[in-house]
Write a protein that binds this ligand. Structure first.
Ligand SMILES: Cc1ncc(COP(=O)(O)O)c(C=O)c1O
Length: 295
């Protein structure tokens, strides 16, 4: 940790601090290197965002510094030889409602405006976080990006008028890469248990935790999946697609309409480009890691 912080400080990277401890670590790195570290404070806002798959701010949180404590942290920072450029607020991930995202971003700018008076200098950095959602099921409506963009356009004008030196940043994750990835796994067994068909595959939640519904879903829903080598065939069978781990959590498709599939067929799951392999418990049962192919 200390080595990574030193590297970041030496490279002049803005280090976003999430606690007083992190602030002191960055300050020590600056002292050792004879440099003034550039930092931003990640703030746990005093508001929460509805409709997000995962809440990342509001209420008690492991992320960021509670908004009401930030003035004290800034006072401490003033005596520690660090340069606080601004703030980062990220309220929630996987939101498909443009108006809620817009409202969260407006509230973020308002909160930053309140906090900026406690900075010793000008506000130079404002990170509005990520959170733009992507559709995972047929019921999901894609995000109205034009509405988000129109709001951001207005907000950038507000930011520029209030803080002429501030650089606004958004930090998107899944919106950029989520839809680019597919996960392919092969059927190794087909079983009927008391009338229900199970397709057992050679992959599972150790490769794609999110597809099993155990990452960011309050209610488990199937990700879009097809039998890759039977896409032209009628989906007239209902099956459960299960992984090869020793837990019922390892469920990739619950009661999915599929063409009758068998051993060696390929199950293809879409929307897998974000929070995939690296967000999964790959060591569970010690199965080999899948190939990741960039095309
Ligand atoms: C600090 C931070 N920024 C950005 C992101 C990306 O979020 P999203 O995929 O919702 O855009 C995350 C995701 O957890 C995050 O923790």
């Amino acid at each position: 940790m200390a080595a990574e912080i030193r590297q970041a400080v030496a490279a002049g990277i803005i280090v976003e601090i999430e606690s007083m401890t992190e602030l002191t670590r960055v300050a020590s790195a600056g002292e050792e290197l004879g440099l003034i570290p550039q930092v931003a404070v990640r703030v746990n806002p005093d508001f929460a965002v509805k409709g997000s798959g995962m809440r990342m701010g509001g209420g008690p949180q492991q992320f960021g510094i509670d908004a009401e404590v930030v003035p004290d942290v800034l006072s401490a920072a003033a005596g520690l030889g660090v340069d606080v450029l601004g703030f980062h607020i990220f309220a929630g991930s996987q939101n498909l409602n443009a108006e809620i995202i817009a409202e969260a971003q407006r509230r973020t700018v308002d909160l930053v405006t309140e906090l900026a008076v406690h900075l010793p200098g000008e506000l130079r950095y404002i990170n509005l976080g990520g959170g733009f959602g992507i559709p995972y099921t047929e019921k999901d409506q894609p995000l109205d990006l034009d509405a988000v963009a129109a709001n951001l356009h207005d907000l950038v004008e507000v930011i520029t008028s209030r803080f002429p030196q501030a650089k606004p940043v958004i930090e998107l994750g899944r919106y950029i890469v989520g839809e680019c990835g597919v996960y392919v796994t092969q059927v190794v067994d087909r079983k009927i248990s008391r009338g229900r068909t199970f397709l057992v595959v050679d992959g599972g939640m150790h490769h794609q935790l999110a597809a099993s519904g155990n990452f960011g879903q309050a209610i488990r829903r199937n990700y879009p999946l097809v039998v890759g080598n039977r896409v032209d065939e009628a989906a007239d069978e209902s099956a459960n697609v299960v992984g090869c781990l020793c837990t019922p959590l390892d469920l990739l498709g619950d009661d999915v309409a599929l063409p009758p599939a068998d051993i060696d067929d390929l199950i293809v799951i879409f929307q897998q480009g974000a929070y995939g392999l690296t967000a999964s418990p790959t060591a569970f049962l010690g199965h080999p890691a899948p190939a990741e192919v960039l095309v």
